[in-house]
Design a protein around this ligand. Structure first.
Ligand code: NAD
Length: 263
């Protein structure tokens, strides 16, 4: 199986912690040069310092940007990866706040659409020519199982995740002839800050303890436990390798079997 990413440059968004950071680590282990993107330079410097360098000549980099501000994102990426081709784009960010769709403000949808959909288009426009030139491109979106089954009390998130999935599926057909694949990873309940904040939010809303909420969530998972960021990252990273060249336009749930839908 060809998993070597030596000579490939990956831009990994939302890489300061959680799933994005785990993907950056795995890509670096497979030999990729990685540019990590998030809002805090200080944290990104720590992430870069910990990335593997199987080839000692590899120079990982960082890009400070807020994905909600898509104009600033475009400027930042132009500067950070100037003159360097990006063949692997991991499009990932923080999840929108919890709440019912019926109670969300129009601006909440607009902000989430910018952060999750427009950001992807901005980044794609920046990297696409290089992917075509290389005849090798991998776009992996980290979305959510809500693409298959909407999750209660994540109304804005459910809505924009579906938009990301539709964008990705459309792109996968348009770009396949250029050696570019576009796929989505749908994490289940994964032990990150995002999960902790969702558990805390549910506990508050239902006047129950966080332990009770976490137990009830684990009970929904046939595997009987939450996932680890590395387990989500393993699948996302595989999709970035040469071995995954014929996997295109799919959404893979990595959720311990929680999603019940057939497709
Ligand atoms: P996380 O909150 O632990 O990490 C999110 C990362 O994105 C961090 O590096 C954060 O700094 C960065 N980020 C957040 N907002 C940003 C912004 N405006 N601009 C730039 N960077 C920003 O989240 P996670 O658990 O690693 O989740 C990653 C994605 O997967 C999210 O979209 C999340 O909603 C989704 N997801 C997570 C779970 C879970 O259980 N953890 C389940 C389903 C889906």
């Amino acid at each position: 199986m060809q998993l070597d990413l030596d000579q490939r440059h990956a831009l990994v968004c939302g890489a300061s912690r959680g799933i994005g950071r785990a993907v950056a680590n795995e890509l670096a282990r497979l030999g990729a040069t990685v540019t990590v993107l998030a809002r805090s330079r200080e944290v990104l410097e720590q992430v870069v310092a910990e990335l593997a360098t199987p080839n000692p000549a590899t120079r990982h980099g960082l890009c400070v940007a807020d994905m909600r501000d898509t104009a600033a994102l475009a400027r930042a990426v132009r500067e950070c990866v100037a003159g360097r081709r990006v063949e692997i784009l991991v499009h990932n960010s923080g999840g929108p706040p919890a709440g019912r769709a019926s109670e969300a403000q129009p601006e909440d949808f607009a902000a989430a659409f910018a952060q999750h959909v427009i950001s992807g288009q901005v980044l794609l426009q920046h990297v696409l020519a290089g992917m075509r030139e290389a005849g090798y491109g991998r776009l992996v979106n980290i979305i959510s199982t809500s693409v298959k089954e909407p999750i209660a009390n994540l109304g804005v998130s459910n809505t924009v995740r579906a938009a990301v999935a539709a964008w990705a599926k459309t792109l996968s057909g348009e770009l396949a002839g250029d050696g570019i694949t576009v796929n989505n990873v749908l994490p289940g309940f994964t032990e990150t800050d995002r999960l902790s904040s969702l558990i805390a939010e549910r506990a508050r809303a239902q006047s129950r303890s966080e332990t009770e909420i976490a137990q009830a969530m684990r009970a929904q998972v046939p595997a009987g436990r939450f996932g680890k960021p590395d387990e989500i990252a393993a699948v996302a990273t595989f999709l970035c390798t040469p071995a995954a060249a014929y996997v295109n336009g799919v959404s893979i749930a990595v959720d311990g079997g929680r999603t019940r839908s057939l497709s």
